[in-house]
Design a protein around this ligand. Structure first.
Ligand code: GLU
Length: 283
């Protein structure tokens, strides 16, 4: 079991970590606003990090619009891709060396194993139900296939979770949380077969390197937080505190996503909404 450190950081550092895969919507803005307010209340620093690792999904034009929409809404960060800072670079695509070294550390300490399974393989092997929102629980097909370690083909690398271990943390918004490794989530990808570090690895490495003291993010990432706590532990890093926000839903109860163009900041702005009005709406 892993618990949060009480208050081991001298000064609050929060972050906004958008991925430029589409236009930001009102749901992002609400979570980010909470992040900004918590940093302000604590008299701390807010950092902007561009999470643009997935080349196929992240587009340069979305980076520019993301920065513009954030500024329009009233976000102010002290460190970021546009203004620099002591913990850069602030584009994940420029931070590969950090991820590579964490990956090697995990691999050399035997926390990882190579895997040849495609998403389709996993889907057909998985019989247990899984949360619709989250990745499939990996059935462990390649866990003990040591021959793969010397293979030269494109492989992904997975983190072997300690089956049955309960990962606990106190969420600053939602209270005590606990997830069981192997039941609520399975062995997860650290390094993708296409050579891209996974979200779980990159976000953990960056939050630690940028000395983030509290991560504010959507409640859809609660299980990911449990995975990341295992990574902090395996890498010998101190985890931040966590504050997960309730997700914004549309009229039919569906969680807002980038496909909800009508609620993108771009569209709302073009229709004459002001950031103040939008904030009143969610209040
Ligand atoms: N880039 C991730 C996203 O947009 C960040 C999630 C996080 O806050 O860790 O979903």
């Amino acid at each position: 079991m892993i618990s949060q450190p009480a208050d081991s950081h001298p000064c609050y550092r929060g972050r906004l970590a958008p991925s430029p895969t589409g236009y930001l919507h009102l749901g992002h803005a609400r979570t980010f606003w909470t992040a900004q307010q918590r940093a302000e209340t604590a008299g701390g620093t807010l950092i902007l990090r561009n999470e643009d690792l997935d080349f196929a999904r992240c587009k340069p034009e979305f980076v520019a619009t993301m920065l513009e929409d954030l500024r329009w809404f009233g976000f102010q960060w002290r460190e970021g891709p546009d203004c620099g800072g002591p913990n850069g670079p602030y584009h994940q695509s420029e931070r590969r060396a950090f991820y590579q070294s964490a990956f090697e550390k995990l691999r050399d300490a035997n926390f990882l194993y190579p895997c040849t399974c495609s998403r389709k393989d996993i889907q057909s092997a998985v019989t247990a139900p899984h949360a619709a929102d989250d990745e499939l629980i990996y059935p462990g097909t390649c866990r003990s296939n040591s021959a793969l370690r010397t293979s030269h083909s494109a492989l992904s690398w997975r983190f072997r979770v300690p089956d049955g271990e309960t990962i606990s943390f106190i969420d600053a918004n939602l209270g005590p949380q606990q997830f069981v490794a192997g039941k609520d989530f399975g062995d997860f990808v650290i390094w993708r077969h296409d050579g891209i570090p996974s979200y779980q690895l990159a976000v953990t490495v960056d939050d630690a390197a940028m000395q983030i003291t509290e991560v504010v993010r959507g409640a859809d990432l609660l299980v990911s937080t449990a995975r990341q706590l295992l990574l902090y532990n395996a890498l010998g890093l101190t985890p931040p505190a966590f504050y997960h926000c309730h997700l914004m839903k549309d009229k039919t109860g569906l969680r807002l996503a980038k496909r909800h163009d009508a609620l993108s900041l771009r569209t709302l702005r073009a229709q004459g909404s002001s950031p103040d009005n939008l904030r009143h709406r969610w209040a």
